[in-house]
Each structure stands twice: as C-alpha cells, then as structure tokens.
Ligand binder design. Structure first.
Ligand code: ATP
Ligand code: MG
Length: 785
C-alpha cells in the first residue's frame, strides 16, 4: 500500500504527461480534442472500454472534448444496428460526446478533394496493376520494392482516371489510387500505400453515391484533421502507421499545430477473447446466446451479467496505459466488480441448494419478522428489511455434514450453529429417504446462555423461511475459456476446444427471502456467503425469477491456479520487449494496481511469503493480502497493528478500506502514526469503547495531525455513552416515535428490539453503548406491560 495505489487520474501515465506538456506550452492554445473511432462492424468489448475511458477520460480531465466518430469507410461490413449498439454502450459506460457525433463517411467528398491535391502535387497516382502484382512489387522486409509500370503517369492522366474511377466507369479491382512515396522505404507501409480502391457496394449511410472507398491509413488521419483533433490515441499495432499519418497530413497541407497520433498498449485479458471476428462463430453456432451472453467480454454481455459500469471504469484505471503489450488477469476485473458492489449491494439471504430444517420447538404457523440490516458490516449505509422466521426453514445443503472434516464450523448431528440474524439451533435428528439421502434436519433452538459456550468456534449460516421463500433459477457464470490464452488452439482445432465446460451452471429451485420481490428489478445484491447477483434483464424480470451471478465473493481462480502470487500476467508482459524508439517518451512510472505489487513480491521473497501466510493462516482474501504485501512498509504496518489487536481480518479491513481513504497521496510510511496506533483504535472499537463510525473520524484526525486514538476520542467527545441517565431521554424519544412497533413488540415480536437499538444508535450518531441501550430498552418496554 503506497501512494502509487491510487488509480491514475490526470498527469500520471505517459499520454497524460504528453497532453499536460502540450497544454502548459500552449501548443494548441490549451485545446484538447480526442476521439473514439469505432468501426460499426460489431459490438464493443472490454478492450474498447479501455480506449473509451482513455480518450473520454483525458478530454474530461483537461477540460477538452472527445468526439464519437464512426469510422465507417468500409461498405461491406458496417450496419446501422452496430451504430446504435455502440452509442448505447458508451453512454452506459458513463461517457458523453455531446453534439460531437461524426461519421467518417460524411467526409467522403472532402477526402476526394484531398486526394486530388496529392495528385496535383505529383504525390499520388492511379495504378492499374492487379492486386497480386501490387503486392509482389512491394518487396519484402529484407528486399526493397520495385516501381510499377504506372508509377510515372502524368498528373493530367491521373486526375482523369481518378475522376472516372469515382464516376463508376471501371469494375472492382481495375485501378487503385496510390501515394507516391518510396518503394524502398524500410517501413513497408511507406512503399506507395493504396489510398483508394473501387468497390461497387452499397454503403449503409451513403447508399450508392460512391464506388471508390478510402483505406484506413488515408482516411483516418484526415478524419482527425477535419475535426481539429489534437491528440489521436490508438493501439500499438498502428505504430508503423504513424509515418504515413504524418506524411499525408503534411503533404495535403495541414499545418502545425495539427493532430498527432500516439500509441498505447491494447488490453488483452487472460481467459478472454477480445475480437469480434473470433467471437462471431461462437455466437453463430449457438454456443452463446448472443452478443450479450453474460459470459461475453462485450460491454453488452458484461452489462447483462450485472457488472456495474463503475467497475469497468475502475478496471480500466487499474490496468492503466503503457507502451508494452501485457496481459491482464481477469481477477483484476473481478476485483474491481467486487470493490464497487461491496460498497453498494444490499445483503440478502438466498439458499441455492436447499435442505429443509424443522424447528421442533417453534409452534406450527408461528411467524416472526426479524429486522435485518442490508449492510451489516457498514455502519455508514442504512436500511433494513423484515425477514420472516418460522418453524420450517431452508439452509444450504453444504452447511450440514454428517461426517464433517476438521475445522467444520457449521451444522453436524448434535452440533449447534448460529442462524444469521436469528438464533442458535442444534441438530437433534437427521431424516433420510430410502436411498439414504438427507432430506430434513429436525432441530431446536438453543438458549442463549448455552449457546454462548463454544460460541467462538461456532459458525453462522444463512437461511430462508420455507413458507415465505420465493423460488428462483440461478445462473452461475464463470469464465468462458479454461486456458489463459484461448487463441492458442491445438493443431487442427479451434476456439471451441478451449471453452470452459462449466462456464454456466443453471440451478433451479433456489429459495430467496421474500423481500426481494419488492425491490427494483435492477437491484444488485450480495447473497450472503454466496456471491453477487442480479435479475437477468432478459429472462428474469417477469413472474419467473432468474438471477445471474455477477461475481463470486472471493477469487476462486487464484487458488485453483495459484496464479495470484506468482503473477503470471506480468511474467508474460515481461517476456515481450517493450516497444520503444528514441523519439518516444520514456516508460511511464504509471501506477498500476496489483501488477506493481506483484512485481515487488517477485523481487522480495519475504513479501511473497507474507502474502502466502496472510491468505493461508490469517484467512485474508487474496485481494486484501495483495494490498497489504505490496511493500514492506505496508506489511510491517499491518503486523504492528496486529500486535495490538489480534484480528487479522478486522485489521486488514481497517487498512484496505479505511486507511487507504485517508492517505491522501502519501504512502503508509509517511503517515504521522504507525501500525500501533491503528491497532489500538481497532481494539477500542472491538471493546466497545468507541463506535466504528466515530473511529473513522478519529482515524481521519490521526492521519491529519497524528496523536493517539484515546486522546482524540476524548478530545472529540466520542466515548461511547454508557451513562444511563444520558441515554434514557433518547430511548424515550425513539419509543415515542415508533408506537406501532412498540405494540408489536409487546405482543410478542421481540426481535424488534434490533430496530429500536438501531434507532437509538442512529440518534446518538453511534456514540451510545449498544449493551446499555438494549438493557434500557428492555426495561422500558417491559415496564408498561
Ligand atoms: P476487433 O478486433 O474486436 O474487431 P477493432 O480494433 O477492429 O476490434 P475498432 O472499431 O477499429 O475495433 O476499434 C476502435 C478503437 O478501439 C480503436 O482506436 C482501437 O485502437 C481501440 N481498441 C480496439 N481493441 C482494443 C483493445 N483490445 N484495447 C484497447 N483499445 C482497443
Ligand atoms: Mg479495427
């Protein structure tokens, strides 16, 4: 954890540095104009998202604008359907081009005029060789090309032939227009590139107006120049095309300061294919349900799966831009999704593989409503819903074992487990069918006093009241491919050989708590202990409930492949030598979350060992362990804190979630306090001396000015109020404002106590001691009966 963990925003990567330098030097009068230029020949994918975040992001950061321009110069593959889908996807990602929507095909007339300028200057000619002859005449990387027989046609003849090409006098392939540059150039692209070809095809926008179409290299730079673009960003494979970009603009007569092209590394993601062309056969063969199949790497697929747009933007920030090709671990995208959902998704209970539990000591037909918080671990977010509790429940089949392995903390015959938000139950009897399969558990509630013994080793499981449960189908999505590089196919095979056979598992008969029926259909939930889910927008929002798993709670793949600590993603990136020429800016020191930390761990075996230990022995998530072992500074800080308060998961959460928020550009070592201070604060919260909410304020003060937690708590008056006299008026007030709930409580709904405690806590901004509040409330509620 250091200052470099903040996602790059403004002025950090090499492209932002270039734009910043130009802006400061006043090169474009302070203007910044970028563009995103998709060809409307398919759906956008996660790779495009990186380009979109980059061009729209830079424009926004520098107070400029970003154009959306459809690069629709090829009549054969483009369709209006894609034009609409692309606009929809970009808007959904959160970007806006305002009035700057352009179509390259609208420039055909101007492009034609520019070609005539080149012809008149003797810099372009009509070549009448066959395609194959032109190719041969170009030579190879090791041998120079040869001038063809039409290279020295006169300007007049060229102008005449070019006009007749446009007029439709010739069939496809009869002639092309070529730039006249250098047939021996070391850059093959400069060996008289073809600028125009004849295609008698209808264009989806221009109809039959044109039968000559410009090629990419010719069209793209002109489009940028016509729109007064200042910075034109594209992927590294266009590095060699930069020379023709500049040659054309200079020779057509665009003067400096004109647009320039800058290349960055494209986004490749392991276990993922980011090419429309390669995904198309899978869609066509029916293996995928469409371009928006939730396993697809398309924006439409990610959206349907339930991925929030913020997570895609965060992921693009995390991978950053650089000059070296690299492969991103899809765990990074999953990390970003969890990061966003963890903060926003309400927690509810859902049982995917139900096993019936009968509570023999609960009366038949009895029903209690438990007020359960939506965000049990985050006091900053409010909200709760009633969860029905009754004699018949469902629990997860996997939460019971007749013959449990060591360390099993869930239900076993004769054992006890805590039901989330409810009570502790003991399994008295196991009911099986003729085949020996467990079909029901007969259990009874255990009194709180008995439950407290051994409560430490007892697990907490989720459950759903059987008569109230909603039935749902759940689709468990996983990676589409089972190998890191799906395009590496066996001899004679194809992509299908690399598919993950378990990329979707459909589970029917799942049981959900009933509150879900009342929520907006696009709510994204955390099903407690199970994962993040939302209702499938196509199939799941009617009578029949269908939920997609957006992402699991933990990174299950890193354990399978142990790739997390070993850092396969960057290992591969390093195997490729970085593209760099002397004229280009130096490699950015660009902060890239995760990758940099992985690199540090590779260089430092001590850090790698700590990572391993944090996950295995301390039960931290790999994401948290990753952050904590990104530097020795961070890991030492963490361990110092543990020395004060031995709760690794809790302390990790303080560091990852709270401490990062107060770093303010500093590294952990630059804070005016060390791990001891954080450990003490975490302990004070655990001991009930200060509320978690108040402790966040304390932390902010510590980060600003240093000091010890106890002093700051005292100074700010944040000690938990345990004074009965001080709390009694607040308790009275809360009860007075909930008369209905008070009478419900008195008629037996004792679980409402949670609601009252919560209200008092809210009223005291978390300062009250909940134990004292609860005592006061029970006394007060009992007195009037
Ligand atoms: P595909 O191979 O899927 O057809 P493409 O590159 O042909 O993709 P375009 O519509 O030409 O698709 O791309 C529009 C812009 O998006 C271009 O500027 C291109 O450089 C950028 N882009 C495409 N793929 C990626 C990627 N994987 N990473 C970053 N940028 C990308
Ligand atoms: Mg392309």
């Amino acid at each position: 954890m250091s200052d470099t963990d903040t996602p790059p925003r403004g002025g950090t990567d090499f492209l932002r540095q270039i734009v910043a330098e130009h802006t400061e030097a006043g090169r474009y009068g302070g203007r910044v104009v970028t563009r995103f230029p998709p060809e409307p020949n398919g759906y956008l994918h996660i790779g495009h998202a990186k380009a979109i975040c980059l061009s729209f992001g830079i424009a926004a950061e520098f107070g400029g604008r970003c154009h959306l321009r459809f690069d629709d110069t090829n009549p054969e593959t483009e369709e209006i359907e894609y034009v609409e889908a692309i606009q929809n996807d970009i808007r959904w990602l959160g970007f806006d081009w305002g009035e700057h929507l352009y179509f390259a095909s609208d420039y055909f007339e101007r492009m034609y005029e520019c070609a005539r300028v080149l012809i008149r200057k003797g810099l372009a000619y009509v070549d009448s060789q066959h395609e194959e002859e032109i190719r041969r005449g170009r030579g190879t990387v090791t041998t120079p090309g040869e001038p063809g027989p039409y290279r020295d046609r006169s300007v007049e003849e060229n102008l005449d032939l070019f006009a007749r090409m446009r007029a439709g006098e010739f069939p496809d392939g009869a002639h092309v227009l070529r730039a006249k540059i250098d047939m021996a150039s070391p850059n093959m692209i400069m060996r008289d590139p073809v600028l125009y070809r004849i295609r008698h095809a209808s264009h989806y926008r221009q109809g039959d107006d044109w039968c000559i179409y410009p090629l990419y290299d010719y069209a793209h730079c002109l489009e940028d120049a016509f729109e007064d673009v200042t910075h034109s960003f594209c992927t590294l494979e266009f590095e060699n095309n930069r020379e023709i970009y500049d040659w054309l603009l200079d020779n057509v007569g665009f003067e400096e300061p004109r647009t320039h092209q800058y290349e960055f590394n494209r986004l490749n993601v392991e276990y993922t294919v980011v090419s429309k062309r390669k995904l198309l056969p899978l869609v066509k063969s029916g293996y995928l349900s469409g371009w928006d199949d939730p396993r697809m790497s398309t924006i439409a697929g990610l959206r349907r799966r339930g991925v929030p747009p913020q997570a895609i933007r965060l992921f693009c920030d995390m991978v950053g831009v650089a000059k070296a090709e690299s492969w991103a671990d899809p765990g990074k995208l999953e990390f970003a999704i969890r990061d966003v959902l963890n903060r926003s998704a309400p927690r509810v209970m859902a049982v995917l593989d139900p096993l019936r539990v009968t509570l023999t000591d609960v009366e038949e037909g009895a029903r209690e409503l438990i007020d359960a918080p939506y965000y049990p671990r985050d006091v900053a977010l409010e909200g709760s819903r009633p969860v029905p509790f009754s004699r018949e429940l469902y629990i997860e089949r996997a939460d019971f074992s007749e013959d449990p392995p060591r360390g099993f903390r869930r239900l076993r015959p004769g054992g006890a487990v805590r039901l989330r938000y409810a009570c502790v139950i003991r399994c008295d009897e196991v009911v099986k069918d003729e085949s020996g399969r467990v079909v029901e558990l007969r259990c009874s509630r255990v009194p709180a006093s008995e439950a407290d013994e051994g409560a430490k080793s007892m697990g907490t499981i989720h459950w759903v009241s059987a008569p109230d449960a909603l039935d749902a189908e759940v689709r468990l999505y996983d990676r589409l491919f089972r190998v890191p590089d799906p395009e590496d196919v066996p001899e004679g095979g194809d992509l299908r050989d690399n598919l993950n056979p378990d990329s979707v598992v459909i589970v029917r008969g799942c049981k959900l708590e009933p509150s879900v029926a009342d929520d907006p259909p696009d709510t994204r939930y955390q099903f407690e202990r199970t994962g993040y889910f939302w209702r499938d927008p196509e199939d799941g929002r009617g009578e029949h409930l269908v939920f997609n798993r957006i992402v699991t709670l933990k990174d299950t793949w890193s354990k399978r492949a142990t790739a997390f600590a070993a850092g396969t993603a960057t290992a591969r990136a390093e195997a490729t030598p970085p593209h760099r020429t002397p004229t280009q800016p130096p490699q950015p020191k660009g902060p890239r979350l995760g990758e940099e930390r992985e690199a540090r761990r590779r260089a430092d075996p001590d850090l790698a060992a700590r990572m391993e230990r944090y996950v295995r022995e301390m039960d931290l998530t790999p994401e948290d362990a990753d952050v904590l072992t990104g530097s020795r500074e961070a890991a030492d800080f963490f361990e110092k804190a543990l020395a004060e308060h031995d709760d690794p998961v809790g302390v990790a959460s303080w560091m990852v979630n709270d401490l990062r928020g107060v770093l303010d550009g500093r590294s952990v070592g630059e804070l005016p306090f060390d791990g001891t201070g954080l450990g003490i604060l975490a302990r004070m919260v655990a001991d009930g001396e200060v509320s978690r909410r108040a402790a966040k304020d304390v932390l902010a003060v510590m980060a600003r000015e240093g000091g010890t937690p106890a002093d700051i708590v005292r100074r700010l008056g944040l000690e938990k109020v345990a004074d009965r006299d001080a709390l009694t008026p607040v308790v009275e007030e809360v009860l007075a404002s909930w008369p209905d709930k008070v009478s419900e409580y008195r008629s037996g709904k004792e679980n409402l106590i949670g609601l009252f405690v919560g209200e008092v806590m809210k009223a005291t901004k978390g300062a009250a001691d909940p134990k004292v509040v609860k005592t006061l409330l029970t006394e007060r509620l009992g007195r009037d009966t």
